[in-house]
Ligand binder design. Structure first.
Ligand code: ATR
Length: 274
């Protein structure tokens, strides 16, 4: 029940109607009997600044930030975490008595979801496909865990930029072609491009290079053609649901200072997936 005391949190994005975050967070609040309510807000690019100011004006406790605002929102905040600064993107804001603090829980969400699947990143050779916002969070997370990272992107200059910003935290190389010599030593392939979101998208890499025993991870929530192909070839596959869950759990904890009821949130996602 919403009362005068209910604390409001939410998500800013455009488009926003497909977001699964309200379902996850509201189920979590209900489970713990917390007087919070999570609301989706359609925020246009040109109105981001006003929307962020409204967090203060309306005493909203915090928000998630999604496409296309994760990078632009940085300039509207009072403080940002070390991690968010490195990644260059904020996906969670906390309103602490009028001070707006930005965090990035995507890198944590990615790494934590792999840990839950008992996949260790330390000293592994990883091929990251893509160099957009999502790829940056993944690159940060895996480098911090001690992996050796190779990045391939359609536009190589964006991959070189990631290498430049992250080379002080780990081993990172840009590759302009996916050659068999490199594929031979790769343990984990991560798709952080948007290829696989639309029905007729081509695969982000030529399926003939897939090797049995490799692990394929897609940040997209569904079983993409890449994951299906990888499964057929005897590879381990992981979709983006785990990262979605754990980034949300961390955001929940930033707002409430209470551990998130992860099983309940996972149950919500499983129901949608089925
Ligand atoms: P997100 O926030 O989801 O990471 P983004 O920052 O727009 O979104 O990044 C999208 C990624 O998908 C980029 O790596 C992009 O490659 P470019 O940097 O060359 O644009 C990649 N991508 C999108 N469409 C693609 C396509 N048709 N072929 C190959 N890569 C594509």
């Amino acid at each position: 029940m919403i009362t005068g005391k209910t604390k409001v949190v939410g998500i800013f994005g455009d488009p926003i109607e497909h977001t699964l975050s309200p379902l996850m967070h509201n189920a979590a609040f209900k489970e713990l009997g917390l007087d919070y309510c999570y609301v989706p807000f359609l925020v246009k690019k040109q109105e981001l600044k006003e929307a962020v100011e409204a967090i203060r004006a309306l005493n909203i406790k915090g928000v998630n930030i999604t496409v296309p605002h994760k990078e632009a929102v940085i300039n509207c905040l009072d403080e940002i975490s070390e991690e968010a600064k490195y990644i260059g993107a904020v996906n969670t804001i906390l309103n602490e008595q009028g001070k707006l603090k930005g965090f990035n829980t995507d890198a944590y969400g990615f790494v934590k979801s792999l840990k839950e699947d008992n996949i260790s990143l330390k000293d592994k050779f990883i091929l990251l496909l893509g160099a957009g916002g999502a790829a940056k969070a993944v690159a940060y997370g895996v480098l911090k865990e001690g992996a050796n990272l190779f990045i391939f992107n359609r536009t190589p200059s964006k991959a070189y930029k990631i290498k430049e910003s992250f080379s002080d935290i780990g081993k990172i190389e840009v590759i302009e072609q996916i050659k068999p010599e490199i594929m031979g030593k790769i343990h984990i392939v991560i798709n952080a491009t948007s290829l696989g979101l639309k029905k007729d998208d081509p695969m982000p890499l030529d399926p003939s290079v897939l090797k049995k025993g490799q692990t394929y991870i897609d940040l997209i929530y569904t079983k993409t053609p890449l994951l299906k192909e990888a499964k057929n070839r005897g590879c381990t596959i992981i979709d983006g649901i785990g990262m979605l869950l754990w980034q949300a759990a961390k955001a929940f904890e930033i707002w409430t200072s209470i551990p998130a009821p992860v099983e309940v949130m996972e149950e919500v996602l499983k129901k949608i997936k089925d």
